[in-house]
Design a protein around this ligand. Sequence first.
Ligand code: ADP
Length: 169
Amino acid sequence: MSDEGQGMHIAVYPGSFDPITNGHLDVIERARHLFGRLIVAVAVDAGKQHLFDVAERVAMAQEACRDMPQVQVDSFEGLVVEYARSRGAVAIVKGLRAVSDFEREMQMAMMNRCLAPELHTVFLVAHTEYTFLSSSLVKEVARLGGDIEDLVPAVVCRCLREKYGIPQL
Ligand code: ADP
């Protein structure tokens, strides 16, 4: 698979990205080289409570992926498989942190195979450095004034401080 031109494969990496963390970026970094093109797909999911609205989540992900030419950030509503099909993707990429992720992700992958047998789900195992990292934990630590600089891209650090009224460094 080449990074550009013919023969490249499109993969979709779906999630809430509320906000994007270094754990997500590690998955993106590896997936963009495995596939020729990666679409980071930010779920609108109106049924979920998000700290950042979809436009903010997309903007932060775009800024974080600015220097990755194979990566595009988009938002989507509805079924991941329908979105992936509409973009001509061959695969859905998911990150696995721990056994706790596995059960839920496996169930979802099987359901997605039922819905769209032609789409592959590809699991990338989280870097050991980031297995503990989740968007919700980052938000919690930031809200309580903890240091999150090594856990998220700079843009997210700025946005979280702004959201929680914490002075910028
Ligand atoms: P969360 O599961 O924290 O709410 P998302 O819904 O945005 O986050 O997650 C999108 C995808 O990224 C999922 O496949 C999830 O397992 C994966 N992911 C989240 N955090 C990490 C991490 N630290 N390392 C690897 N993958 C991760």
